[in-house]
Design a protein around this ligand. Structure first.
Ligand SMILES: [Zn+2]
Length: 335
């Protein structure tokens, strides 16, 4: 087994900053609920089926699962203009951008963004994709953009980032930036070789619309690579609404199958699924240690608590290798 770089939750979410983050997040949620009368019912964001069953309530929002494809989604949900208002006024987002991301950037760069750039290039090599133009939807701080550019694999990197101060940071870092939502990006059709989007489509009211736009921008047989939290991974399956992956901003929780279905109906064929997560076991362990969750059986208590130092790492590697982590990557090829 290949040894993996270990990552701990505290490195990317420093504990001393998280209580202030929680306070701000509570304000955001209250602000969102002021618009509750405008929330709309939607079909499954993956397969379009109407029928769903109730899963849980969190933050006064209702999470349902699609009875045909198992996607878990917030329904009813805030319409696009309310979401735009939410992000524009989010105290939580401002705090992440101004405080948490800068404070944890070195760890994030080493442990998240460098491996992310390596993984993407490895995927492109294995699928024989030309190293032409890479476009990233939701480039954020541009850390991934810097790392992937530094590796010199792609001839051109385009950062698509609609949030003004994030776009400004990307520009300061020397990246080519399109400051617009992807739907409004005016690039020639079939001009992009690879499109990447990390932890974005779970936030979208209508993810299929973005994938259709991506399909139009990609050249035939171009690749799209996305990462999302998965509803069938270890920490989400166990913790359900107690999982920190389950938050008000994540409207959609796909499984490997249902994400493939979504790509299928947006003009893509799935070529690879990976779950390279590093944190599932520790996230569940931390909830048990904090008294917020009880280990459901003696086996998990042994692995996650009693013999953690010896078994925690190999157990996480097992989850990652068998599509059982909640950190899901999907690679799809435009038809
Ligand atoms: Zn469905």
């Amino acid at each position: 087994m290949t040894p993996t770089t270990r990552l701990s939750e505290n490195e990317i979410r420093p504990q001393e900053l998280m209580s202030e983050q929680q306070r701000r997040f509570a304000n955001d949620i209250a602000r969102l609920h002021e618009h509750v009368t405008r929330f709309v019912g939607v079909p499954c964001p993956s397969c379009g089926a109407i029928e769903s069953r109730f899963e849980w309530t969190k933050y006064n929002l209702s999470y349902v699962s699609c009875t045909s494809c198992r996607t878990i989604y917030i329904n009813p949900r805030p319409p696009p203009d309310v979401l735009e208002y939410y992000y524009k006024n989010s105290e939580n987002y401002a705090y992440w951008n101004d405080v948490i991301f800068p404070a944890s950037e070195d760890a994030r760069r080493e442990k998240l963004f460098k491996p992310r750039a390596d993984r993407l290039i490895d995927i492109c090599r294995r699928h024989g994709n030309e190293a032409g133009t890479l476009l990233e939807i939701g480039a954020g701080f541009g850390t991934f953009g810097q790392e992937v550019t530094r590796l010199g694999f792609f001839k051109r990197f385009i950062a698509v980032e609609p949030t003004p101060h994030l776009a400004a940071t990307c520009r300061k870092r020397g990246l080519e930036v399109l400051e617009a939502p992807i739907e409004k990006v005016a690039l020639p059709e079939a001009s992009i070789d690879v499109i990447a989007s990390f932890e974005v489509i779970e936030h979208l009211f209508d993810p299929s619309a973005i994938l259709q736009k991506a399909a139009a921008l990609l050249r035939p047989r171009g690749l799209m690579v996305v990462s999302v939290p998965s509803c069938t991974g270890f920490d989400v399956q166990l913790l359900r609404e107690k999982s920190s992956s389950v938050d008000v901003e994540h409207l959609n929780y796909f499984s490997p199958e249902s994400l493939g279905h979504l790509f299928g109906r947006s003009g893509f064929d799935t070529v690879e699924v990976q779950t390279p997560g590093k944190l599932d076991a520790e996230l569940v362990r931390n909830k048990i240690l904090a008294g917020e969750f009880e280990a459901p059986d003696a086996f998990l208590k042994t692995v996650l608590i009693e013999r953690w130092h010896e078994l925690g790492g190999p157990f996480q590697d097992f989850l990652a290798a068998n599509q059982l982590s909640s950190h899901l990557w999907l690679v799809a090829r435009k038809r």
